[in-house]
Design a protein around this ligand. Structure first.
Ligand SMILES: *Cc1c(COP(=O)(O)O)cnc(C)c1O
Length: 416
């Protein structure tokens, strides 16, 4: 007993000495729930809710179409891009908010091919997030294999697979299943030496892990607005393009919002030399306004602070799971080394789906990834160390008392 009390009091100390502790108050979190899924859909802030109300009632409601100028609706993609830029190590003029990650991937894949026309292959990791592979397959079907051919390899053989036939290397930094982190700097460097352009998908890193896109000479990157940036369901994504490429590249989704001067309504597309050439159609103003507001949370903190807390949270979770013998059927597939671990932890278990459902019934929101992965996300802006302790207690209850075997937890829902 004394030992348990000591560890409880040290967890309390971790919470009281946490420099990010007061960020939790910014979020409207449901009572009696612990949210370990902020890596999939960030929760709502009070400020975001107020902003949405204001955009609807005052801007759309009262000012109607004049809001494009009056409330700077037209500038939202750039305003948000510049808010995200310092969080991913990008100087001004290289990041813009628009569309979904999938659509932005299509744009940068085609753009990168347009800069490396003598080569045809796009190399990616075989267990990349499906949309990254699907979008490449779509481009391959459109252009034909003689101009675009997807090749996939395991994460361990990326470096050795780089050769002169490859035009583009497209990778996701944090593996969505295992939480393993790839080293952007060294992989980008190795690709560069072979004349390969690099695209990084930062969906599970932006807002959680420090990245230095300019310093590491990354060519293109895409990332998500609704994960660690808490931009709300379906929030628009962002795209980064290194300044050195903006003049020469071409991207095929040349919509009117990406025209040099859209309100000339000229019949021929002319690209601007700025990052705005990655815009396509009209921005989703309501959603973008919410994301714009949510990003203000990052104003007075650094990604390094977030990373430090994220590692402490995942360390504690792994340690608590390990301390309970009844949990040794959970097989950890996330690396223990800090530099290889994202802000999520994954375990394999044959009953992962049912365990996840039983946890949700106890108010612990985790998620399941087919076929057998139980995944916990750790978003440091609202989670407390105490939440880790409570989540593992629930996990013990669900597994030790075999609660997950109940029939209700074994029926598959549409979204898992
Ligand atoms: C979440 C996620 C996406 C999401 O793509 P959308 O088109 O915005 O739905 C893309 N790639 C990765 C690696 C992701 O984790």
């Amino acid at each position: 007993m004394p030992q348990i009390q000591a560890s409880l009091s040290s967890i309390a100390t971790m919470d009281t000495s946490d420099p990010l502790a007061n960020k939790r108050e910014a979020f409207q979190l449901p009572k009696n729930k612990i949210y370990l899924d902020g890596n999939s859909l960030g929760p709502m802030t009070f400020a975001a809710k107020l902003r949405a109300e204001k955009v609807l009632a005052e801007q759309w409601g009262d000012d109607l179409i004049t809001s494009w100028n009056k409330h700077q609706w037209i500038d939202l993609p750039e305003i948000i891009g510049e808010k995200i830029a310092p969080l991913i190590g990008a100087a001004e003029g290289q990041v813009i908010c628009c569309d979904s990650v999938s659509i932005n991937l299509f744009k940068v894949l085609a753009a990168a091919l347009s800069l490396n026309t003598k080569r045809t292959k796009i190399l990616s990791q075989s267990d990349n997030f499906p949309t990254d592979l699907y979008m490449t397959q779509g481009l391959q079907n459109l252009l034909g294999r003689e101009r675009c051919e997807l090749v996939t390899v395991t994460e361990d053989s990326i470096i050795e697979s780089l050769d002169d036939s490859i035009a583009v290397l497209m990778l996701t930094q944090v593996n969505f299943r295992t939480g393993r982190v790839l080293d952007i700097q060294s992989i980008t460097q190795a690709a560069k030496e072979k004349g390969i352009l690099v695209i990084w998908d930062l969906a599970h890193s932006a807002g959680a892990i420090p990245v230095k896109l300019d310093e590491w000479q990354v060519d293109f990157a895409v990332g998500c607005g609704y994960k660690y940036f808490n931009g709300g369901p379906g929030a628009p994504a962002f795209v980064y393009v290194a300044k050195r490429h903006l003049c020469d590249l071409e991207q095929p989704l040349s919509g009117w919002m990406g025209h040099r001067s859209p309100f000339d309504f000229s019949p021929d597309y002319e690209k601007p030399s700025s990052i705005k050439q990655f815009l396509c159609g009209t921005p989703s103003v309501i959603s973008m306004s919410v994301l714009d507001e949510s990003l203000n949370l990052f104003k007075d903190i650094s990604i390094e602070m977030i990373r430090q807390k994220s590692l402490a949270l995942t360390d504690l979770f792994i340690q608590k799971v390990k301390q309970n013998d009844c949990l040794n059927g959970l097989k950890l597939i996330t690396p223990l080394e800090h530099h290889l671990r994202g802000s999520q932890i994954a375990y394999c278990h044959n009953d992962a789906y049912a365990i996840c459902q039983a946890l949700i019934a106890q108010g612990i929101i985790a998620d399941f990834r087919a076929p057998n992965i139980l995944r916990f996300g750790f978003s440091p802006l609202f989670l407390r160390f105490k939440d880790i302790e409570d989540s593992v207690s629930s996990l013990v209850d669900v597994i030790e008392n075999k609660k997950y075997l109940q029939e209700e937890f074994n029926k598959r829902l549409a979204v898992t």
